[in-house]
Design a protein around this ligand. Structure first.
Ligand SMILES: Nc1nc2c(c(=O)[nH]1)N[C@@H](CN(C=O)c1ccc(C(=O)N[C@@H](CCC(=O)O)C(=O)O)cc1)CN2
Length: 303
């Protein structure tokens, strides 16, 4: 059982669901090694000392090693130039031991994110951020899909079953990392999708129409309990770090007021422990997939 009911709403446990995916990937990696002598290699590049990014990169390293992959980390100084970073990406693109490349975002201001993402070989783009891959996604192909968006869909399928068709999904947030790719994935599932943003009129009223409500705005507790349709499924993508309490501990909160929302929703993801762990599990999934495609091997069963 991967969900627990402790409030009115079912709590969707991304740690457990992501853990099951990671176990499946570890088995796939073991089979690649045993059957083909291939070990997937993931290169992660971090520029600068952003505290949250350091945590995420360290999680990625541990998760890829635990799955039996090779992990190559590159830590560059905050004042690294765009040319230096592009030279590293070029090297990783040509390295046969590296099957997946990920540059941790955000980047320092002197480096153009667009130029860096465009420099990654689309076949090694395990983030799915390269414009070739976003184009393929919108044209109905099956490129690597941005990890957080894919994680949201897997959580929804786990909670609601594979039949999401006909449900009205409202996504609050239109980023390239989450909102836009998720809109595409939910359209593929035959949801009716509305993407809302800061200029949307009567946002609470719109959210109240949602069977599936996804909050990805980066504002702590932005979505209120009375914005939620009774029984709706709520996916909270936000990870907001609040100042420390009197106990000195820093707190993470989502974009949804969890306590109020859980009184109304049918199911809801917590923060932490909801979407975040799925992002890392989906990165490993994309890396195995990229490896198989580069080596001309069949994708693991069930892909
Ligand atoms: N190149 C990329 N950069 C960024 C991405 C991305 O997908 N690719 N997404 C986010 C950060 N991110 C992955 O990089 C990420 C965020 C959160 C988690 C996670 O496991 N969160 C935990 C809490 C962890 C903590 O802070 O203590 C949770 O929600 O339970 C993993 C990955 C921006 N950059």
């Amino acid at each position: 059982m991967t969900t627990t009911t402790e409030t009115a709403a079912t709590r969707i446990d991304g740690k457990v669901i992501g853990g099951e995916i990671r176990e499946r990937i570890a088995r796939e990696v073991a089979a690649l090694q045993a059957d083909h002598g291939v070990t997937p290699g993931l290169a992660v590049v971090l520029v600068g000392g952003d505290e949250a990014s350091q945590v995420y990169v360290s999680h990625k390293r541990k998760a890829s090693l635990a799955a039996g992959m090779e992990s190559f980390e590159h830590y560059l100084d905050e004042d690294t130039s765009a040319d230096e970073l592009l030279a590293l990406i070029d090297k990783l693109n040509r390295d046969p031991a590296v099957n997946g490349i990920l540059v941790q975002l955000p980047l320092p201001a002197q480096i153009s994110e667009d130029a860096v993402l465009a420099a990654i070989d689309p076949d090694k783009d395990v983030d799915g951020f390269h414009e070739v891959n976003t184009g393929r996604l919108w044209n109905g192909g099956s490129p690597p899909v941005p990890c957080t968006a894919l994680g949201c869909v897997l959580l929804l399928q786990h909670t609601l079953g594979n039949d999401l068709a006909g449900r009205h999904a409202v996504i609050v947030g239109r980023s390239n990392i989450v909102g836009k790719p998720l809109a595409n994935l939910l359209l593929r599932e035959n949801c009716t999708v509305t993407v809302a943003h800061s200029k949307t009129r009567d946002l609470p009223g719109l959210c109240r129409q949602a069977d599936i409500l996804v909050a990805a705005v980066g504002r702590p507790k932005f979505v209120q309990g009375d914005w939620i349709k009774p029984g709706a499924t709520v996916i909270d993508v936000g990870i907001n770090r609040l100042e420390a309490n009197a106990d000195g501990k820093r707190r993470l909160v989502g974009d949804v007021d969890f306590t109020a929302a859980a009184e109304v929703a049918g199911a809801i993801t917590p923060v932490p422990g909801g979407v975040g762990p799925m992002t890392i599990a989906c990165l490993l999934h994309n890396t195995v997939r990229a490896t198989c495609q580069q080596k001309g091997l069949p994708l693991p069963a069930g892909d």
